[in-house]
Design a protein. Structure first.
Length: 248
């Protein structure tokens, strides 16, 4: 498949100038799932955020379909074809005081058919929500309920429904099953595998070894902000565990 995401020599610094991600390069092709595996706090969260330009101090190159996006706005980054499933549903994924229907149009609210002549089209927003709630099996009394009323699994389904119903080429999924029950975890796995089957590139960021082994075609192990090796999904648990602890 063609290369969808190409990251070259990415450096990310925190607000006081300490380097969090060091000279990281990786690429993902259409139709594959690449996992970045590592113990929490080794730079993975910052990489995910940098992909949609939410990090402030970044150098290097991030290309989607050969187009440089580093330094673009968050909105423009998403519009290049990125679906973003953030680490925290509550903080970054949803607006709790907005209805489910409103949360389902957060990143398309200014585009046709959601809006026309600068006005939201409520009939479309309703029909869109009804369709996605059914397709993604969101358990709710009403699409007009606030998203804060949902269980964790259903919140995550709303995020998935919104992000995966746009036309995208790269799915960035950061800790997508954290805090979910078994049924919801299965659902997330199925959707990510369906994205791969639809020839999208998937970047999975996870600290769950089971998840990485179940989903990834290739595994890039990160330690202290550096990729210390890329291995196939047939790697032994023992070797993967050692690499995550920093053994090259």
């Amino acid at each position: 498949g063609k290369t969808i995401l190409d990251i070259k020599e990415l450096n990310i610094y925190n607000s006081i100038g300490r380097k969090i991600v060091n000279n990281l390069s990786l690429d993902i092709k259409a139709g594959e799932i690449l996992a970045i595996a590592g113990v929490q706090g080794n730079g993975q969260s910052e990489i995910a955020r940098a992909l949609i330009n939410l990090e402030d101090h970044v150098t290097g190159s991030i290309k989607i379909n050969n187009v440089e996006i580093l330094g673009e706005s968050v909105r423009d980054s998403l519009r290049t074809g990125i679906a973003f499933i953030p680490e925290s549903r509550e903080l970054d994924g949803l607006i709790g005081t907005f209805s489910i229907a409103e949360n389902l149009i957060l990143d398309t609210h200014d585009l046709t058919p959601v809006a026309k002549n600068g006005q939201l089209v409520s009939s479309y927003i309703k029909s869109n929500a009804a369709k996605l709630v059914e397709e993604f099996d969101v358990r709710t009394q009403s699409i007009f309920d606030n998203s804060s009323s949902l269980s964790g699994g259903n919140k995550q389904k709303v995020v998935l429904a919104r992000e995966l119903s746009r036309s995208v080429e790269l799915v960035v999924a950061s800790q997508p099953t954290r805090g979910l029950d078994v049924g919801s975890i299965e659902f997330v796995y199925e959707r990510l595998l369906a994205e791969r089957a639809a020839n999208r590139a998937v970047l999975l960021i996870s600290s769950e070894l089971d998840e990485v082994a179940a989903l990834a075609d290739r595994i890039a192990v990160i330690f202290k902000g550096e990729i210390i090796g890329v291995v196939g999904s047939d790697v032994s648990r023992e070797k993967l565990g050692l690499m995550m602890a920093g053994v090259k």
